[in-house]
Structures are given as C-alpha cells and as structure tokens.
Ligand binder design. Structure first.
Ligand SMILES: Cc1ncc(COP(=O)(O)O)c(C=O)c1O
Length: 466
C-alpha cells in the first residue's frame, strides 16, 4: 500500500549523501549509497518518502515505546515551549516539569533509588553514572577505586567514556578507548555456552568470573560493574536465571557499585517501567535510562541514584561536594514535559500490562522460526527479540560475515513491508509496545517468508548448501 507524499526523495538523498554523517555510517560507500528516507509515522508503522508503509519492527531504535503519532505528546511539547522553552538547570535552579519528572521516576524506581540526574540520552546517562561513581569514591576518601567492569557484547553508548564500556569488538576499529581501568567479562549468552555445560553451571562460571576479576584487580580498586539486564544490541542476550541477583551479591560483598543500564529494558519493553527488580530480582545502586523515557519523541536520559550513595555525600558530610557534571540541556523542560506525557499515556493505557500479556505470545511466535534451516537460536523477553542465523545448526557456526545474512533478510523484509535491525548474522526486533496479536502474526509471517527467500538466494548463489 503506497501513499502519495509531498517529498522529493532524490533531492533529500543527494543532500544527505553530500552533507550528512550518520551514526555507524560506512564512509567507504557513504557518498554513493542512497539513504532510506523515513518521512512519516503512525501507530506501529513508518512511511518512507515515496509513501511506502512498513511495520516498524525496531521501534525506531528500541525507543518508540508508546508508538507513533500521539497528539498528546505533541500538545505537551508545544504547551511547554509556549510556557517556557528553556532555562538553565545548573545549581539550585529547576523548572516544574524537571522537578515533577524527577519525582515520578523516583516513584517508579525500585528501593531507595530516589535522586535523578537528567541528561540528553543513554550515553550521557551512563557517562554521568560513571562520573558520579568517580565523584563518590573520591569524595568519600577512596580515590583508588577507579576500575570499571563491563561485559563483551555490551552497548552503553558513544561518548568517549560510555564507548569504552562497550564490548562489541566489531565497533573498535580506528577508535581510541579507555583501556587501563575498563575490564570486560564474558557475555552471559546461554546459547554460546560450552558444549555439555548446564545453564546452572554456566551461570556459576559467569558469577565466578566476576568475583575472580574483582579479586585479580583488587577489590579496593574496583569502583563499579555496569550491566544491561538484557544485552540489547549485543544480540538480545538474556542471561541465565539468577545471574543478576548473584552478580549483585558479589558486588555488595566487595563494595562495588552496581549500575543497571535500563536504556532499552526500561519503560515497558519488559513489561515494567524498570525491569531490574520485578524481572531480575535486583535493586541496583544506579539505574540509567533514556529512549522509552520519552518514547523517542525528544531526547532525554536519566541517571537514578540510590539514597545509600547520595546520602554519603549530601548535607555537609564531605568537602567539595559540588557535582561538577552536567549539560546545558540537563532536565530540559520540554523533554521533561514529554517524559511526563509519556508516563501519563503508559499509565492510562496500562501499556506495561499489555506487554506482560502479549510478550509471551510474541516470544512463542518468534520461536516458530526455529524450524527454518538457518535459524540457530531465537531468544528474547517480552517485546525484545533476536534470531541468530547460523551456517550449521549442529555446530552453531555463525554465517560468515561477508555473506551479510542479516542484511539480506532485512532487504527481503523491507520489500514485504517490515523493518527489522540486522546486526551481522543476527536480526533484532523491538516493536512499539501497543502492537497487537494480528500485527505480530503479520510480522512473523513476513520474517518467515524473508528467511525462506534468503535461503533460496544463498543456495542459488552457492553460498550455503545446508
Ligand atoms: C543499553 C544501551 N545503553 C545506552 C545506549 C546509548 O543511548 P543513546 O544512543 O541514547 O546515547 C544505548 C543505545 O542504543 C543502549 O542500547
């Protein structure tokens, strides 16, 4: 179904190719490859500039949680712009939406996580979390606690500090990173555990790996551990049961701060505003969030800090307690107004309950793809999912990167009206949360046909003969 839209696609593409550098843009071909122009959107669909309509299987970028085209969001943003678009948040200055959203997030956050520092997105939320940890240990007389533990396949953002916490090897070429104080553990991926190892024993090994790493560095030097509850762009990796609770216990044992990066898993994606406690049985020391916080309508990030940490610093307990970290747009009134409207919509429509109800259906339907000859694993939780394409299901050998299997599946999906996110031999999905069962059925049907078409292509081109 194509709609008439008033865009000059060629003109947009030419301007973009000549003048715009995108995140993860491949400069080898950037001046030649026509970008895909997404021009309009409604509910769970986007339209390209030629009027072709697609199911947005990735929710923008794991972020358009309430779906597109919400007038209430437009109204909240417009009202705030008219009232007061901006004033400095530095020091003891605030605005009504800034204070109100801080209070609303503290209500939803678990345990004693009651203090919110606002930033501009997930990267700055994580960057600020680490800067707060550094500030905390320096101010409380333990400046040697500097080391950060993270995991392979993690994604925590693109500031210099946040990028250094990432664990995706393929993103490391030609960039510099902080390496002296950042340590990577294995990704907790049960599908990739050693042959013959039970999931329970695998979990034991992962927890032991964290403890061994802390002891190797020296607990007095380890500041924090940062973890996504479900590793998102690393391939929707759901750790073994008990992993988060047990890693948190190890952190507590050695006075290591636990940061839960809920940039993707927050705001309903796993059926709760924050998933750390209800899904993973942990109350971390710090939670970071962004994306679904405004459903991507405007940029906003937040770092939510426990009283246990904050109270060691506040009220004159330490000298030089100025938290000299922040952004012109920290707590931006317009972004906070969008955050409040987003929460209102989520509450009123009980979107989290909808996700808890429909999530198992989505996962069950995704699992039906496992009968396809190149689908080695299907994994996920609620409205986050991934399928992994392998050359051999028995040995789990991934498809060679040069085959570009994810991109091929994505191309076929696109021709059939669905956008998903290819990542090498993986394809990830995180649709807008109001998705319905019939829409899920259509999405799965398109993926099945597209994988079948990809298999046919690979066979015809002599690239795969399984
Ligand atoms: C888990 C996680 N943390 C942090 C980020 C960085 O967020 P942003 O791109 O808003 O800076 C992302 C982005 O995809 C993410 O997936």
């Amino acid at each position: 179904m194509t709609r008439n839209l008033p865009y000059d696609t060629k003109d947009i593409q030419e301007k973009d190719k000549r003048h715009v550098l995108h995140p993860w843009h491949d400069l080898t071909t950037a001046r030649e490859v026509d970008p895909f122009v997404v021009a309009e959107a409604e509910n769970i669909h986007v339209l390209d500039s030629d009027g072709n309509k697609y199911i947005d299987g990735i929710g923008g970028m794991w972020c358009v949680n309430i779906g597109y085209g919400r007038d209430e969001m437009a109204q909240a943003v417009a009202d705030q712009i008219r009232r007061m678009p901006y004033y400095s948040p530095f020091g003891a200055q605030t605005s009504p939406p800034h204070a109100e959203l801080g209070a609303r997030l503290a209500e939803h956050a678990p345990g004693d996580l009651n203090t919110v520092f606002f930033s501009t997105g997930g990267s700055t939320a994580n960057d600020s979390a680490i800067r707060f940890v550094q500030f905390y240990f320096n101010a409380t007389g333990r400046p040697e606690k500097k080391h950060i533990i993270t995991r392979d396949q993690a994604y925590h953002g693109s500031t210099f500090l946040a990028a250094s916490l990432c664990g995706k090897r393929e993103d490391r070429a030609n960039f510099d990173f902080i390496t002296e104080t950042v340590h990577h553990l294995s990704a907790p991926n049960p599908y990739r555990r050693a042959e013959g190892l039970s999931v329970e024993d695998y979990c034991d090994a992962l927890v032991a790996e964290l403890e061994a790493k802390i002891r190797e560095i020296g607990p007095e030097k380890v500041a924090c551990f940062i973890a996504e509850p479900v590793l998102a762009s690393g391939g929707v990796i759901v750790p073994p049961p008990g992993y988060h609770r047990r890693t948190l216990e190890v952190c507590r044992k050695y006075d290591v701060i636990y940061i839960s990066d809920e940039v993707v898993t927050g705001f309903g994606r796993l059926g709760h505003i924050f998933s750390s406690e209800p899904e993973f049985d942990i109350v971390p020391d710090i939670i970071t969030c962004a994306k679904g916080l405004t459903s991507g309508y405007v940029p906003l990030g937040a770092t939510i800090i426990s009283d246990r940490l904050y109270d060691r610093l506040g009220g004159g307990k330490v000298e030089r307690a100025v938290f000299s970290n922040g952004f012109t747009y920290s707590g931006h009134p317009v972004a906070c107004a969008a955050g409040l409207a987003n929460l209102d919509i989520m509450d009123r429509e009980d979107i989290c309950a909808h996700v808890r109800e429909i999530g198992p259906y989505f996962q069950e339907r995704m699992k039906t793809l496992l009968d396809l000859p190149i689908v080695g694993d299907v994994r996920g939780s609620h409205l986050m999912a991934c399928f992994e394409c392998v050359a051999d299901k028995e040995t789990k050998a991934p498809m060679a990167p040069e085959i570009g299997v994810g991109r091929r599946v994505d191309d076929h999906c696109q021709n059939r009206g669905l956008l998903l996110r290819p990542l090498g031999h993986l394809c990830v999905l995180s649709p807008p949360l109001p998705i319905t069962e019939p829409q899920i059925d259509r999405l799965i049907g398109i993926i099945r046909e597209s994988i079948e078409a990809t298999v046919a292509d690979l066979r015809a081109e002599g690239l795969w003969n399984g």
